[in-house]
Write a protein that binds this ligand. Sequence first.
Ligand SMILES: *[C@@H]1O[C@H](CO)[C@@H](O)[C@H](O)[C@H]1NC(C)=O
Ligand SMILES: *[C@@H]1O[C@H](CO)[C@@H](O)[C@H](O)[C@H]1NC(C)=O
Ligand SMILES: *[C@@H]1O[C@H](CO)[C@@H](O)[C@H](O)[C@H]1NC(C)=O
Ligand SMILES: *[C@@H]1O[C@H](CO)[C@@H](O)[C@H](O)[C@H]1NC(C)=O
Length: 377
Amino acid sequence: MLRIVFLLVAVLDLTLASRKLMRVPLYSRPKPNKSELFLARNVTNGNERLRVALKTRQNVEFYGYISMGTPEQHFSVIFDTGSSNTWLPSTNCPKSNAVCQRHRQYNSSSSSSHVPDGRNFTLLYGSGSVIGYLSKDTLHLAGVDIPGMVFGEAVFQHQMAFDAVSFDGLVGLSLGILAWKNSTPFLERLCAQRLVEECIFSVYLRRIPGETPSGEIIIGGFDKSLFEGQLHYVPIIMPNSWKLQINQAFVGTKEIGGKVDAILDTGTSLMLMPQKTYFNFLKNLPAKLEDGNYVLSCEQESLPEINLHIGGKVFPLTSDDYLVELVKGEEKICVLAVAPVNMDFWVLGNVFLWRYYTVYDATGKRIGLAKAVQSDG
Ligand SMILES: *[C@@H]1O[C@H](CO)[C@@H](O)[C@H](O)[C@H]1NC(C)=O
Ligand SMILES: *[C@@H]1O[C@H](CO)[C@@H](O)[C@H](O)[C@H]1NC(C)=O
Ligand SMILES: *[C@@H]1O[C@H](CO)[C@@H](O)[C@H](O)[C@H]1NC(C)=O
Ligand SMILES: *[C@@H]1O[C@H](CO)[C@@H](O)[C@H](O)[C@H]1NC(C)=O
């Protein structure tokens, strides 16, 4: 009996030792003024345009590093839970394309592992489009090689949307629904090739911008030291996207919205609500309209929490989460990090994700949520 136990322990040890966790540090930088929001799209077809103009909000973008090809060419990318495809700027973009010239470009001629695909693509994000053609090459991330990755070589990127951003390209972490035909999205490819033990990843964001890691994506698992208590799992409501259901939303004790879908989206800075919910929210705040922004005093203690009821549990966001402080002359003002969308779903962007650690389980078709540790900065 004891022997069997020992054997079992040895086997367990082996599986633990071979279990691969890919830890990807994330960095963050404030986005420039007047940038347009890099926004979630209509997840059913991936090409609905949503536009939210950001006026004074100093929002932050999170990015990490990957490399592509042989020898490796390095890029900074957004790891986007709201989309499925991967693209990088191409050396074949025209010289006249200032956005492309300002970012690192993938050169297929100097990669021995490059395989042409022959198809063109157009991707429409909330903030603008990306156009180019598809290629196949080996993607390298956190010490792991992922051969045969289909990705887009962008020859055109919408000027307004991508000019000022600090990342070069994008890696889509969503599931298959929006993926190009005959291409397996990043996560499914990793899992299919058994490069990770478990087909899950987790996202941790901190608010401190800078070149020191301000977040982490762990592919293949999660880190218990980054959240408090237990993960609360809720099912995803579509088989192929990171979308869950909010049962009810409150401001303090006042209901502002009922049952509605919500996308978890690392590619969006703000929290977006259906218009009607947003106006209910405003009604319960001492906000004034100034230059197109709803402005509040920064006396945050007196402001109510947003309480999201998800899967039988309440997820509060304090005014510290949903307000952004700005300096206007001598004066400090606060604006909302919440914006309305003309659609019937929420987008839980960084405003939500730096308060809550999230685990994306592709096998269990569920999302785990827990309060992130030390997410204030
Ligand atoms: C944003 O605007 C403020 C005030 O107009 C200005 O001081 C600041 O330099 C701007 N930041 C960027 C990144 O352009
Ligand atoms: C997404 O787009 C499709 C097709 O245009 C439309 O039928 C659907 O209602 C849209 N979904 C949402 C949530 O707006
Ligand atoms: C791409 O790589 C090829 C082969 O190494 C090289 O001749 C060419 O100059 C490179 N193109 C650019 C734009 O760097
Ligand atoms: C891809 O786009 C290029 C440039 O617009 C065009 O010349 C080419 O015919 C297109 N290829 C396909 C397969 O559509």
